[in-house]
Design a protein around this ligand. Structure first.
Ligand SMILES: C[S@@+](CC[C@H](N)C(=O)[O-])C[C@H]1O[C@@H](n2cnc3c(N)ncnc32)[C@H](O)[C@@H]1O
Length: 276
């Protein structure tokens, strides 16, 4: 496995903290500052590093099992995947979670020979956008907040994303003929709905009609692929078209800023920077 784990990243972050004269008790506060402050990667140097990680990813048990789970659900649909939409990948030149997730989604695109892979995350820097293009991805021109229609069979990859993004994907595809085109890898709906929400929403409504396949996290780096599931919506599991209560749409959700700040802080992990 390429050296992109946590071990030697710590040294770099320590250096950064020393430079900033940050004391131990201020560390938590420093984490989001670090993401903003850390220097840009050299794209030419970073590209082969990500390529090596992709090669490792292809051979990992985690990837092979995930590919198999997806394939089983595609057989049900009897159509190939035509598009990937990746939201909330995170700052993948700066955190190892996002970097390994990037390798996963790139390999998935290659495995299924998918031409169109769209990405959006408001945190992307220009260097990260350039890397996405180098790996045959495209940047969405604007923030759709998860409002994206699966006009063709589409894999939505939303690792550890705000609830509203998954919700709004369902909201955009809330028709019996559209939902079977949605293949969604995100935090487990079963887990997300364990705590009842005060208002009706699409995740709560669909949970008993969707097929959830847990993607067992046996990956060698921790907290990269935890709690993720593949969610699919086979036609035969969905309520009939005349179930008006079910098919009447709720309001779309706004991405909650507090949720984002908390999540960004708790998922912090600094990467070794190529420039050092
Ligand atoms: C908890 S982080 C997950 C990052 C990474 N995938 C991980 O697992 O560590 C949630 C991500 O969602 C992104 N995000 C917030 N609003 C978004 C939006 N409207 N569209 C796409 N991504 C968004 C944030 O910038 C952040 O990178």
């Amino acid at each position: 496995m390429s050296n992109s784990g946590e071990d030697f990243q710590v040294v770099t972050r320590k250096k950064w903290m020393a430079r900033k004269c940050l004391r131990r008790r201020d560390r938590h506060k420093s984490e989001s500052d670090y993401l903003i402050d850390c220097p840009d990667v050299n794209v030419e140097k970073f590209q082969p590093r990500l390529e090596t990680l992709c090669a490792d990813m292809r051979q990992s048990d985690y990837f092979l099992v995930a590919i198999e789970a997806l394939q089983q659900q595609l057989v049900v649909l009897r159509k190939p995947l035509e598009r990937i939409v990746c939201l909330g990948l995170g700052p993948f030149s700066r955190t190892y979670h996002a970097l390994h997730q990037a390798a996963f989604v790139i390999e998935l695109q290659r495995h299924h020979k998918i031409k169109e892979a769209l990405y959006f995350d408001p945190v992307f820097r220009d260097s990260e956008k350039e890397l996405i293009r180098m790996f045959d991805g495209c940047l969405m021109s604007e923030d759709c907040a998860g409002k994206h229609e699966a006009t063709v069979p589409t894999l939505y990859y939303l690792p550890h994303c705000p609830y509203a993004l998954m919700h709004n994907i369902l909201w955009s595809n809330w028709r019996r003929e559209n939902l079977p085109n949605v293949f969604l890898i995100s935090n487990s709906f079963e887990m997300l709905t364990m705590t009842p929400r005060s208002q009706d929403d699409h995740i709560t409504r669909i949970v008993e009609h969707c097929k959830e396949t847990t993607l067992e996290d046996d990956y060698e780096h921790h907290n990269v692929f935890n709690d993720l599931s593949l969610h699919t919506f086979p036609l035969e599991s969905l309520p009939a078209n005349d179930d008006e209560v079910f098919w009447t749409r709720c309001a779309p959700l706004k991405v909650n800023e507090d949720e984002l700040i908390t999540e960004a802080e708790t998922t912090f992990a600094a990467l070794k920077l190529d420039s050092e």
